[in-house]
Design a protein. Structure first.
Length: 240
């Protein structure tokens, strides 16, 4: 739903909508006026996947128009596409889609299937250079590095995204993006112990070994088990 005509939001409105930018920031970020619907959709989706726009957050058309420097039509068309993809919903206006905790099992089952098939394809196609990049990420994720949780999350995402890239399947890539969004949208308050971090990173090493060996069966098994291990860690933190 667009902004109300003549309505000037007060500061109290800001946390509930899209973050305000300074005039200088807006000038720097302004996109070309001929930005097409697909590019608008990609930019908004990117903000959602990066958690710049959070589950339940309102999406005001006028704010998006100003932020992206485009007209109302491509913004509305992009929002409709994102609604069809499950990233946003209409609830007295547009908002980023939330996730019901009752869907957790379905999310993890889907994630296990997607990660397993992605690993299988990656094992067939991956290059030595991609394997070296994965090895570097594994080293950075060792508990001995004492990185903060947000940094570990970023490295873990990079690790799995590299495998998705190696799989080189555009449809699986889209499925992976969506299931990752659903997973992070759960916002489950889990703190992994050093022992758990070490165990999950050991699985990363096992997966990398299978990828280097181009062992599709082994890569599939490890990837599925990796997701199931994460589910076992997350499950105790789920609302009862």
């Amino acid at each position: 739903m667009g902004g109300r005509a003549g309505h000037k939001p007060c500061p109290d409105d800001v946390p509930h909508g899209i973050p305000r930018r300074s005039r200088e920031d807006k000038h720097q970020m302004k996109a070309p006026s001929n930005l097409i619907t697909g590019e608008v959709r990609t930019k908004i989706r990117g903000m959602i996947l990066a958690s710049e726009l959070k589950p339940g957050q309102r999406l005001i058309e006028d704010d998006l128009i100003q932020l992206l420097g485009v007209g109302r039509t491509p913004v509305r068309e992009a929002l409709l596409i994102l609604q069809g993809e499950g990233f946003i919903a209409r609830n007295r206006g547009w908002e980023v889609q939330g996730v019901d905790h009752l869907q957790v099992n379905a999310i993890f089952e889907s994630r296990a299937a997607i990660e397993a098939e992605t690993a299988r394809l990656a094992a067939r196609k991956i290059t030595p250079e991609a394997c070296d990049a994965l090895a570097a990420l594994i080293e950075q994720m060792e508990p001995s590095t004492h990185l903060p949780r947000l940094a570990l999350n970023r490295l873990n995402s990079e690790f799995h995204e590299l495998i998705v890239k190696a799989a080189d399947n555009v449809v699986l890539t889209q499925f992976h993006e969506r299931i990752q969004f659903y997973y992070w949208a759960l916002r489950i308050p889990v703190m992994f112990s050093d022992e758990q971090l070490s165990a999950t990173n050991a699985q990363h090493r096992e997966l990398l070994d299978a990828l280097r060996a181009h062992d599709e069966v082994r890569a599939t098994q490890i990837a599925r088990h990796h997701v199931e291990t994460t589910m076992g860690i997350v499950e105790p933190a789920l609302p009862r």
